[in-house]
Design a protein around this ligand. Sequence first.
Ligand SMILES: *[C@@H]1O[C@H](CO)[C@@H](O)[C@H](O)[C@H]1NC(C)=O
Length: 232
Amino acid sequence: MFAKFILFAVLAQLACAQQPSFDVLVEFGTNFSTLAFDTQEEINELYVFNGDMIREFNRELLLELGRMVPAMREADADLQQQIEAADGVDDECREYVQELRELFLLFQNWDIQDCAYYAHVELEADSINRFLPYAITFQSENTRSISQVVQTLARRNAYADFDGVVEELDGEWEYYQTLAVSFSDFLFDEILAHAPVADRVYLRLSECRETALDLQLSDQEYILSYLDDNCL
Ligand SMILES: *[C@@H]1O[C@H](CO)[C@@H](O)[C@H](O)[C@H]1NC(C)=O
């Protein structure tokens, strides 16, 4: 009888003790998943911003290349006309000079491709290595927080050391809150850091374009020099 009474008292105590404990665990669980959800929303916005930034830089790059191609085409059309209109040149020479023109056109095309290639490689490396690897790490850490209560319960003895459980969850809660703020700032800076790379790429691209146009000009002078003495 006495033993039964004790057993009952212990069970009652456990039941009473368990109610608030369970509540606080549920509260932690709710807080962790709310934070994870909000943080995920923020990461998603950063992904969109990052993508917009990269798209914009590529668009500007294309515009820059787009200015290069017509300029070189126009110069070539001029050259073609000059060859056709040259005086005192026989057909054989004219044909030879046109062939020479076509050959140099090939080199000029390679110059354009080189400019585009280097710009592309540099921008692509930047768009892959910046932001994305960190965003993925952040995301997986953030996802881990959803199951933090279960993780902690699996690791600690909730019966013998419930305070320890709450203490650990408090610590984790601090950690994830700090993580959310500092990682968002960090990712934002990663996105902003695309800009100096893009600036450098454009500067190089416009130098490359200038050089290609200069080369084309000197090629053309060389080609035209054949017309001066009828290819002799
Ligand atoms: C859960 O979040 C609320 C609101 O931010 C806070 O007041 C409460 O202390 C948090 N609970 C736990 C167990 O950390």
